[in-house]
Design a protein around this ligand. Structure first.
Ligand code: AMP
Ligand code: ZN
Length: 124
């Protein structure tokens, strides 16, 4: 089920272009439009779910398949041995900007980590 106002649903329906690297009946993978590393691919379920919070127990095979496809794409792109990051952002505190579940596959370079709480604005 797709949502009309969702940018990733539009990509899935081929209403807007994307550089697709993998597709089957349940999953699409395409290059991130604003890559933060030499390899930056988004793996998405074709059915619309806003966040990981919406997955139910019946969706475990789909969630596993998305991770599996990321692993296969990493293998195809020959970044497996050196490693990569797999990242689901979830909701506001997680920094998720596009409300359609997507797994980031990020690699092709040594990646530094800079995850920390946002500094609250001074109340003085
Ligand atoms: P997140 O912050 O986890 O929601 O990540 C959303 C990602 O979607 C960002 O890395 C964006 O660069 C990427 N993005 C946004 N619009 C598009 C688009 N039309 N095609 C491909 N990637 C996109
Ligand atoms: Zn969607």
């Amino acid at each position: 089920m797709q949502q009309t106002d969702c940018i990733f649903c539009k990509i899935i329906q081929k209403k807007i272009p994307a550089d697709i690297v993998y597709e089957d009946s349940e999953v699409l993978a395409f290059k991130d439009a604003f890559p933060i590393a030499p390899v930056h691919i988004l793996i998405v379920p074709k059915n619309h779910f806003s966040t990981v919070n919406e997955w139910k127990e019946k969706d475990i095979p789909l969630a596993g398949k998305i991770v599996w496809i990321a692993q296969r794409i990493a293998n195809d792109l020959q970044i497996s041995a050196k490693g990569y990051k797999l990242l689901f952002r979830v909701g506001s505190d997680g920094g998720q900007e596009v409300p359609h579940i997507h797994l980031h596959l990020i690699g092709g370079a040594k990646l530094i980590e800079d995850i920390h709480p946002q500094k609250e604005p001074s109340r003085n």
